[in-house]
Design a binder for this molecule. Sequence first.
Ligand code: AMP
Length: 189
Amino acid sequence: MLIIGPPGSGKGTQAERISERLGVVAISTGDIFRANVKSETPLGVEAKKYMDAGDFVPDSVTNKMVRDRLGESDVEDGFLLDGYPRTTAQVDYLDEILADGNQRLDVVVQLTADDEELVARLLVRAKETGRSDDNEVVIRHRLDLYHEQTEVVVAKYAERGILARVDGIGIIDEITERAIQAHQSLVFP
Ligand code: AMP
């Protein structure tokens, strides 16, 4: 399963909750990058330059990291990827990884929310967590990238008939329920 949504749409929160309900591991590329930045690994030092500007970390770095992570044994019974793929090139790469591992995607959940609501939420998060990429200029740039590059990713999965659009505004529990129901209706139609 994949969860895709603009910055601030609650992907991380929902990924944790949905993965618990489904009994699969949640993998967030943003979290892996942030952990590497924190411990100052070479990957983290490289990724930080892009993250602080709100840019995508280059595919050459991101794709390898995802391939390595999906090679670990805890993904054998399924996984929920949060924040990947974000570009059509990453979609193609993920297709290759999955084909190599005889795996397939069941469901792609897209969390939707209005841009101004997202900016407002992220400015609150900036105060609470001090994330270095949560300032207004960077937030708007991340939203632009989502519209320019990630919405075409969503369209690809819609064409494949595995996309569920879920309203990301509302009570956290209710959004989780909507996502679980969308998952069930695609997996057990
Ligand atoms: P997130 O926590 O998902 O908002 O990701 C935080 C930042 O990590 C993004 O703004 C990017 O700089 C980087 N990042 C996460 N996932 C990807 C990805 N699939 N491709 C490129 N960069 C990514």
